[in-house]
Write a protein that binds this ligand. Sequence first.
Ligand SMILES: Cc1cc2nc3c(=O)[nH]c(=O)nc-3n(C[C@H](O)[C@H](O)[C@H](O)COP(=O)(O)OP(=O)(O)OC[C@H]3O[C@@H](n4cnc5c(N)ncnc54)[C@H](O)[C@@H]3O)c2cc1C
Length: 670
Amino acid sequence: MSKKELSRRDFLKGAAGAAGIAALGVLAGCSDKAPEATATPGEKSLYVPGEYKATAKGAVGTVMVAMTFSESAITDVVLNLDAETENIGQAAGEELKAALMAKQGAEIDAVAGATLTSKAVMEAANKCIQQAKGEIPVEVIGGTAAETGPANWLGVEPEISDIAETWNTDFLIVGAGNGGLCAGAYAAKNGVKFRIIEKGTATARVRGWYGVCDSEDALALGEKPMDRAAMRNELKRFSSGKTNLKLWDTWFNESAAMHKFVKDCYAQYLPDAKVTVTVGDEAHWPDEDTGRYFFPVEEHFWGFGEMGRNDIFRKIIEEEAGVPIDFNTTLVKLEKTGNKVTGVIAQNTESGKYIRINASKGVLLACGGYPYNPDMMEQLDPQGTAVTANNNGWPTDTGDGIKAGVWAGAAMQAEAAPMLFDRGIIAPGVDAGYHVTETGDRVFPSPEGQFNIGSQPFLKVNRHGVRFTNESGTYDMMSYAAYNQPGGVYAIVFDDNFFDDVQRFHTIGCSAGTRNGSKERTVEMLEGQIQKGNAFKADTLEELADKMGFTGVDKENFLATCARYNELYENQEDVDFGKPTYRLSALKQGPFYSFWMGACLLTTEQGLLCDEKARVLNADREPMEGLYVCGDNAGGFFVNNYPCLMAGIAMGRNMTFAIKAVKVATGKDD
Ligand SMILES: Cc1cc2nc3c(=O)[nH]c(=O)nc-3n(C[C@H](O)[C@H](O)[C@H](O)COP(=O)(O)OP(=O)(O)OC[C@H]3O[C@@H](n4cnc5c(N)ncnc54)[C@H](O)[C@@H]3O)c2cc1C
């Protein structure tokens, strides 16, 4: 039975089903009922007893509230927050439910950090109360996803006439995320008159590691200058010739200066912070693989202290330049005079008022990708969508900047390039891809986030117990291979020697987290997933097969696959799929472990085409005057594929182009 089926049926049972759903970790409600309140004899009834449901638009998807009423009281509340983010909106569920019960009404305080979800819960709760009082008709909740139709993700550019305010600035940055804040800090340090609008209530979470070419710190560690010719060839091969190598020149030539800028900002605000630069053996696959994946990285990381890079940038913007970030202000559309982009129309998400923002020197689109836009995901990236188990992206990144750019005449990268990491643990029997919630929202089924050991190249089998690929590759390759398998999922299998195997595998980037951690820590995390029913441990492979749910021929297949894998290991050659010998491992020493997996979606990299000066290109591939782009809002750089093993390259490109855009727009590019 899939989680989707269970969630829907149990929710329809109302409060009685809530405990079961909550146990699956997808419903933020619980079923502890308030004492039954009864009307005093002769007292007028407040409510028509029964259960009422209502929905409202939350931070990400639709929020549903089901309330049960006696004649005089609210006796139970169940919240369905499946479509909200797991660690923000869903996490607020218990507190919101308790508040509604205690208040016996909908006028409660918002949970800090989850304002939009809280407001939606209040709105839906108020509608339940009005239904119970007979003030409005009983709401009928539909249970199927909205029909998206063919390629309708773009929609139509809205016509807006009721402008309430006009702001004037030189340079407008749209999005206070990782690219936008870097651009803002650079603008602040260089005396540019600018503003930043941000749709959400906070800045986006910092993405810590960034890739640089030949930084002063990497060279000081003895790293040789990057072999740019070899690198260009590898990037061309890896993208099947689809990447724009001119964009890479900007990164090759200017990322070291970007790092110097970041370093100077740290020196000012956190003088004791030291950058860690990953170079040498730690940044490369072992020699046996040289030539297979040539992705030298110089990954730079400042640690996760109390103050992160984005906090420093924000201080520079707000305190040094005196420019407060305009939160709750969303880009609606771009404005043009002739072919020149002159500004935007934005909307205050609280008041609903429209604002015209004129930007005489240009607009920088820094609003991220589209991981939280189900129409864009399904229509632009059906394969990535089908194999995704968990959405690990930033919830307000819904492709708004891409849509606004295309409406204004910008060209867009034709192919998807999602950032898929092969470490989304998923409950047995659950398919990857969107599941439809009770409210008709499409959500990825696993709430578990990234489970790091999943990226290790151990034996991986499909639902019939059969091995289907060489498990060694960039993170997304395993996920793409699963597209051809039942449910888009697969199981990893390893034995008690896993920690020694992982040392030999020597994977790099963030997957090195398992190698550089401890065996005890990984076992602890596995035990946690075993408790949840998501992972399995057994003394024999036969017992493991049973726990994984293999029966009949599938069980025979699984045991035969394990025996064959041991044979390949003993012969030290993978004649079946050509995996490098040092990445083979034995399945001999119990206990044996396994869990099912799909991909974690971090973000999308299919954005607006631009040139090496961060200028957005139009349909004729000519720069559009006044429009710039950086980060996941930008395309042309990662095409066909995201080179996951070139660790930190997404942020390296993002901040390099953020700075470039400010320079070019303000005439400071040399
Ligand atoms: C969990 C995770 C970890 C990652 N770690 C790394 C890492 O260590 N190194 C690395 O290189 N990459 C990493 N990435 C990828 C990296 O974050 C992205 O590739 C990218 O660089 C993010 O920056 P951005 O500025 O494009 O988007 P974001 O940082 O997501 O910022 C976009 C901002 O725009 C706002 N916005 C959206 N729509 C609108 C609108 N209509 N109006 C106004 N504002 C809007 C959003 O609210 C958001 O604040 C990670 C991604 C994830 C999800």
